[in-house]
Design a protein around this ligand. Structure first.
Ligand code: 4NP
Length: 156
């Protein structure tokens, strides 16, 4: 058995974007029968919502697309840089806040923008925050297509 590929999705509150990315990535992994090859989690750079379920609108948008989000929010911690191979952040602010906790060049090299893998990305590589924009279904669709492309890339 080879080592699993460990993927962590990171946003600010861990109740909207990163739980959606986590759930869409897991759904794609399971659809392809590859669950045994991955460890998948999400977290927030902020800890205000630690222990909470995802935002009701985030869960509702996922459910409309047939995906269940059961994640409980937690804050990013320094150990995550050792435990995970890839830390995929939702926006530039998350990127900066995540790098603050990175202890080495090897840790920093694990951090990247999730939407770098979005086949439909145009001018922005950020996932807009539906907590402020209200665009929960659009964010779900963005995360779903990006997760599929990310999985293709990780399997290459
Ligand atoms: P998220 O959205 O980072 O996509 O989970 C947010 C949720 C809550 C807050 C900020 C962003 N907040 O400040 O409470």
């Amino acid at each position: 058995m080879s080592e699993p590929i460990r993927v962590l999705f990171v946003c600010l509150g861990n109740i909207c974007r990163s739980p959606t990315a986590e759930a869409t990535f897991r759904a794609e992994v399971e659809r392809r029968g590859l669950a045994h090859r991955f460890e998948i989690d999400s977290c927030g750079t902020g800890g205000w919502h630690a222990g909470e379920a995802a935002h009701p609108e985030t869960r509702a948008a996922a459910k409309r697309a047939g995906v269940e989000i059961t994640h409980r929010a937690r804050q990013l911690r320094a150990e995550d840089f050792d435990r995970f191979d890839h830390l995929l952040v939702m926006d530039h602010s998350n990127h900066e806040n995540t790098l603050v906790l990175a202890g080495s060049d090897a840790h920093r090299a694990k951090v990247a923008l999730f939407r770098q893998h979005d086949p439909e990305a145009q001018d922005s590589l950020e996932v807009p925050d539906p907590y402020y924009t209200g665009t929960f279904d659009e964010v779900f669709a963005m995360c779903a297509r990006t997760s599929a492309a990310l999985l293709d890339e990780l399997l290459r």
